[in-house]
Design a protein around this ligand. Sequence first.
Ligand code: SF4
Length: 428
Amino acid sequence: MKYHLKTLGCAKNTVDSWRMESALRSSGHVPSFDKQEADLLLVNTCGFIDEASTESLEAIRDLDSNRRKDQQLWVAGCLTQIASERVKKEIPGVDHTFGVEEWDSIAMKLGPSQEKYDIPDATMPGASVSAYLKVSDGCDRPCTFCIIPKIKGQMKSGDQQRLLSEAKMHAYAGAKELVLIAQDTTAFGEDTKDNDGLAHLLEALSEAVPEVPWIRLMYAYPGKVTPRLAEAMSRLPNIVPYVDMPLQHGSDATLRRMKRPSLRKANQSLELLTKEMPEIALRTTFIVGFPGETESEFSELLDFIEEWKFDHIGAFSYSPQEGTPAFSHEGFVDSAVVADRYSRLMMLAQDISSSRTKELVGKRVEVLIESEEPGENIEGDLFSIGRSFRDAPEVDGMAFVKGVFKSGELVPTMVKGALPYDLLCYPV
Ligand code: SF4
């Protein structure tokens, strides 16, 4: 059978889709990029916030209204985990729904393929220069604004041997970067009472795939960076000095209402990381306009940002999620105030990002080339597109390298110019 898979949401969902595809391919089914040619239309949904649910529903509706009568429509993932009835009610044409982590059930329901296809690579769908490695799933943290623990359930660390095999498969398929993701990567090992589980995993990965020059850490939890983890990151040759640590706010009063770790804990983690790796690039995200956020709490957030001068900041305006404790919090902040605070925060974030980028001018950085195309034409010269260690795929900036290089090449360069988020580099 030919399937057409549509994936919505975050990188964690992308990894889930790879797992779903691995199960389908092992049963002899093959992907079809053209939905008209597929026998089965599959959607891996996101239900993290209202906007994401709406986007997922629209994608399902679109497939439903344009499909042939003999095409099946199956829907899986976060949205169907929490709102399967809603999906079936709003789009009655959906043939089957599945929750999260039911990838094997999908393949089992389909059974082995009746057709024989030529499958070039049944092991690693979605092979690319940069690959995500999901180290755990689920979350036990109490953040009052977040629906994820309800969708995903308790945190469960991935099996280390399986993760190492996955990493080796990505390396074999040509990946030059592994990006470690989870709801909270620093929770890895907590369910097996190993408080340095992530440090141990990084050591094992570093040894298992020495041919992968970059291993990057996303979604660390404030207060959960241990001295051992910071030390391992600085010692291991292929762990890039980069961390994404969503901090959510810079005022203790707001953090208490969010049931997030205190500023003391956040500072502790940031200090450990910057002490071990002074060159580290820090990425974080903040929520603006959480219920009860006063102007002085917001000013504390701006002061915190000024103090740490984060390389990359993502911000979200608070959006109430039914089913979360914060949904019934009092003190909703007026939307015009939220919009004003959001733009003030983003202006500050851009100023800081821009000055952090300028600090790199005149320094040497390696750039991992990602473009398949010959290059960007900048004022008559061809430039290849890639990223430096300080930029994670999809969320951060880019590096333009003078000349034409192949995708996957790691090019030593000198930074000659800086845009607010991007670098202009010349090979050395
Ligand atoms: S740590 Fe992240 S995934 Fe877990 S509850 Fe908090 S915001 Fe949600």
